[in-house]
Design a protein around this ligand. Structure first.
Ligand code: ATP
Ligand code: MG
Length: 447
C-alpha cells in the first residue's frame, strides 16, 4: 500500500460533506458547558512526556502501551496527548488560575492520540469533549459535572444512555481495599494474563479493567471498593446520589466501574450506550482530589469527565438523530464572457458582505456546465449575466425551488431580492409555529 496517499491506520478524515455534523456537535457542547459557567481552554496537542507518565499513572494501559512518544530535534521526550486532563491541570497550575476565584471551570474539545487496536469506536486519533472543575470538594460538584455531561448528551438529541456511578474511595480506604483485592487475585494468580500477573504487585485495581475474557471472569467475583469505603467517602457518595435524585436524574450504582486512569478518587461515572457494540462507553469521568497536588500545585479537590465524539456520532447515526441542514448557497451567478465574469466577482463580493453565500464560476466553464453545478450545490437562486445584462443593468433572477423568475437590477436588485426572500422564509418558518415564534420573541425581548 502506497503511504504517500493514504491516511494512517486508526485515523479518519472528516469530509466537507460531513463536517456540519461535527460543527453542530462541538458548538452544542461548548454552548451547554457555557450555561454551567464553563469556558473553553485550549492546551497543546503535545506535552513533555512526564506530564502524562507522572499523572495518568505509570501502571495504566494508556501510559504503558498506548502513547505516541518521540524525541524531538532538541532531544526532549514529547508525547501527543492521550487525554486532556493532565495537560489542563498542568496549564491551570502553570498560569496560576487556581490561585484566583475557585472553583475554576474549564472545558475543551480536540484530538487525542492512543496507539490502540483500531476497531469500531476505537481509533488512534479520536476526539474528546470534556470539562474539568478545580477547587470544589462538595458532592454538589460531582453532581454538577454529571448533570453537565447529561445535558450535553440530551441537547445533542441522544437518547437511551444509561448512567452508572461508583465510588473508588480515597487513598486511605483504598489501601485496605488493595490488600483485599491482592489477596483475592493472588489466590488465582496462575489463571491471570501476563499483564495482570504484573499488575498484581503494582496496581491490582487495574486487573478489574482488563479486557481479557479470563481475567474479566475472575474479576467478576472480586471484592468491590464500595464495601470498603471509609465514613467520609461513604457520606460523600450518599451526597452525590441525593443531588442526582433531587433533579430526578436516574442512575445505577455499578460497583465494577474503576476507570482506566490512575488519578481518580471517590466518585467515578460512565454514560453507556447499548447501540454501538463493544466500545459502549461514550463518556467517563470522576473526581481526582490528589492530582493537582501531585502535579506540584496545592492540594485542591477537583474533578472532570471526557466524552468520545466519534462514539457519540455513532450513537446519533444509529438513532437517526437530526442535524440542522448545512446552509446552501443563496445565489449562483452564471456568466457569459469576460466582462460579465468581472462584474460577477464584484456582485458576489457585495452579496457576501451582506452575509449571503454567493457563488460564481471560477473554472471557465460553459453556461450549461455552470447551471448544472448550481443545481448540484442546491443554490436557492440563480441568474445568468452576459453583455446584454451588463448593458441594461438588469438580469433575470430565478428561484431554483419553484421556478419563479423576476427581473431585477444588477446594481442592487440581486441583493435586495435575496434579502426579501430570506425575510419571507423566516416569517414562513415561524408562522403557525408558536414555539419558534416564542423563541424569536424571547430573543427580541433580550436584545
Ligand atoms: P475504553 O474503556 O473504551 O478504552 P477509556 O476508559 O480508555 O475507554 P477515557 O480515557 O476515559 O476512556 O476517555 C473518555 C472517552 O473517550 C471514552 O469514554 C470514549 O468515549 C473515548 N475514547 C477513549 N479511547 C478512545 C479511542 N481509542 N477511540 C475512540 N474513542 C475513545
Ligand atoms: Mg482505553
Amino acid at each position: 500500500m502506497a503511504k504517500f496517499n493514504t491516511s494512517v491506520k486508526g485515523t479518519a478524515d472528516v469530509l466537507p460533506s460531513d463536517s456540519y455534523k461535527w460543527q453542530f456537535v462541538e458548538k452544542k457542547m461548548l454552548e451547554t458547558a457555557s450555561t454551567f459557567g464553563f469556558q473553553e481552554i485550549r492546551v497543546p496537542v503535545f506535552e513533555y512526556t512526564e506530564v502524562f507518565t507522572k499523572n495518568v499513572g505509570e501502571t495504566t494501559d494508556v501510559v504503558q502501551k498506548e502513547m505516541y512518544t518521540f524525541t524531538d530535534k532538541g532531544d526532549r521526550s514529547i508525547t501527543l496527548r492521550p487525554e486532556f486532563t493532565a495537560g489542563v491541570v498542568r496549564s491551570v497550575i502553570e498560569h496560576g488560575l487556581i490561585n484566583g476565584a475557585l472553583p475554576v471551570k474549564a472545558c475543551y474539545v480536540g484530538g487525542c492520540y492512543r496507539y490502540e487496536k483500531p476497531q469500531a469506536g476505537r481509533m488512534r486519533e479520536f476526539h474528546q469533549f470534556g470539562a474539568e472543575m478545580f477547587g470544589a470538594a462538595d458532592p454538589a460538584a460531582d453532581a454538577e459535572m454529571i448533570l453537565l455531561a447529561n445535558s450535553v448528551l440530551t441537547n445533542l438529541g441522544i437518547k437511551n444512555l444509561s448512567l452508572e456511578i461508583n465510588s473508588i474511595g480515597c487513598p486511605e480506604c483504598r489501601a485496605k481495599y488493595h490488600a483485599a483485592l491482592k489477596q483475592y487475585f493472588a489466590s488465582r494468580a496462575d489463571e491471570l494474563c501476563d499483564t495482570c500477573k504484573d499488575r498484581l504487585d503494582r496496581n491490582p485495581m487495574r486487573i478489574l479493567d482488563c479486557k481479557s475474557p479470563v481475567c474479566k471472569a475472575i474479576a467478576d467475583d472480586a471484592p468491590v471498593m464500595i464495601d470498603y469505603l471509609c465514613d467520609e467517602c461513604k457520606t460523600h457518595f450518599e451526597g452525590v446520589k441525593q443531588h442526582l435524585n433531587a433533579v430526578g436524574l436516574s442512575f445505577t450504582v455499578n460497583p465494577k466501574i474503576v476507570r482506566g486512569l490512575d488519578y481518580y478518587t471517590k466518585t467515578v461515572f460512565e454514560f453507556i450506550s447499548g447501540e454501538i457494540g463493544a466500545q459502549s462507553t461514550v463518556c467517563g469521568g470522576g473526581r481526582y482530589d490528589g492530582l493537582v497536588g501531585q502535579m506540584g500545585g496545592p492540594s485542591l479537590p477537583s474533578l472532570g469527565f471526557a466524552m468520545g465524539i466519534e462514539r457519540l456520532l455513532m450513537v446519533m447515526a444509529s438513532q437517526g438523530t437530526e442535524f440542522p441542514e448545512p446552509a446552501v448557497p443563496d445565489v449562483y451567478i452564471a456568466t457569459m464572457g469576460e466582462a460579465a465574469r468581472l462584474k460577477a466577482t464584484k456582485l458576489c463580493m457585495d452579496l457576501r458582505n451582506e452575509g449571503f453565500t454567493a457563488i460564481t464560476d471560477v473554472a471557465g466553464r460553459s453556461v450549461k456546465a455552470q447551471m448544472k453545478y448550481a443545481d448540484k450545490l442546491g443554490a436557492r437562486f440563480s441568474t445568468v449575466i452576459g453583455d446584454d445584462e451588463l448593458q441594461n443593468d438588469r438580469c433575470v433572477l430565478k428561484n431554483m425551488q419553484n421556478g419563479e423568475q423576476q427581473e431585477v437590477t444588477l446594481s442592487d436588485g440581486i441583493v435586495s431580492a435575496i434579502y426579501d426572500s430570506r425575510i419571507d422564509a423566516m416569517i414562513e418558518s415561524v408562522a403557525g409555529n408558536t414555539e419558534d415564534l416564542e423563541t424569536v420573541l424571547n430573543i427580541a425581548k433580550k436584545q
